[in-house]
Design a protein around this ligand. Structure first.
Ligand SMILES: [Zn+2]
Length: 145
C-alpha cells in the first residue's frame, strides 16, 4: 500500500480513537498516527541498501521498479519473496508492545503499527501478494543461514 494511503487511513483511525477515547491524550494519539505510516521506513532502508537510493524520490523510483517487477511475476504465476521489512515482523511488533510496559508511548506506537500491518495484510491479500512478505523475523533469518 502506498504511503499516502497509510497516512490517510492512519489519520482516519486516529480521529476515530480520539472520538471514542479522548482521554488517551493528544501526544499518545499523535504517536498512533505517526506509527501508522512511519513503520514503512524499513522500505526506505531497503532502497538505500540495495540501490543506494538516498533521496525519497530515488527511493520511490526503486520501489516503483520493484512493484512493476512483482506484478509481471504474479501475472506469469511466479511467486518470489519481496524485500525483507524488519519493522513489519511479528517480533518487532512484540518488542515495541513489550516496551509499552516501560513507557506508555510505546503502547500507542504499537497500536499504530498493528493498524498499519492490518492494512498491509488486507492490501497484500486483495492483490495476491501475500507470498512477497515475510512476517516472521526468525523465518527470514533461517532462510539466510
Ligand atoms: Zn507497510
Amino acid at each position: 500500500m502506498l504511503p499516502r494511503w497509510h497516512i490517510f487511513w492512519g489519520a482516519v483511525f486516529t480521529a476515530i480513537l480520539y472520538y471514542y477515547i479522548p482521554n488517551a491524550g493528544r501526544l499518545n494519539l499523535f504517536l498512533v498516527f505517526l506509527a501508522s505510516f512511519l513503520i514503512d521506513f524499513d522500505h526506505y532502508f531497503n532502497g538505500l541498501i540495495k540501490n543506494k537510493a538516498w533521496t525519497l524520490k530515488a527511493n520511490f523510483k526503486y520501489h516503483e521498479g520493484r512493484r512493476k517487477e512483482e506484478e509481471k511475476d504474479i501475472k506469469r504465476g511466479i511467486k518470489k519473496n519481496g524485500d525483507f521489512h524488519l519493522f513489519h515482523t511479528i517480533e518487532f511488533h512484540t518488542l515495541v508492545g513489550l516496551l509499552g510496559l516501560l513507557w506508555v508511548g510505546f503502547f500507542y506506537i504499537f497500536i499504530g503499527m498493528v493498524f498499519h500491518s492490518l492494512l498491509d495484510i488486507i492490501y497484500l491479500s486483495k492483490t495476491g501478494k501475500m507470498h512477497r512478505r515475510e512476517f516472521i523475523f526468525f523465518n527470514w533469518l533461517a532462510k539466510k543461514i
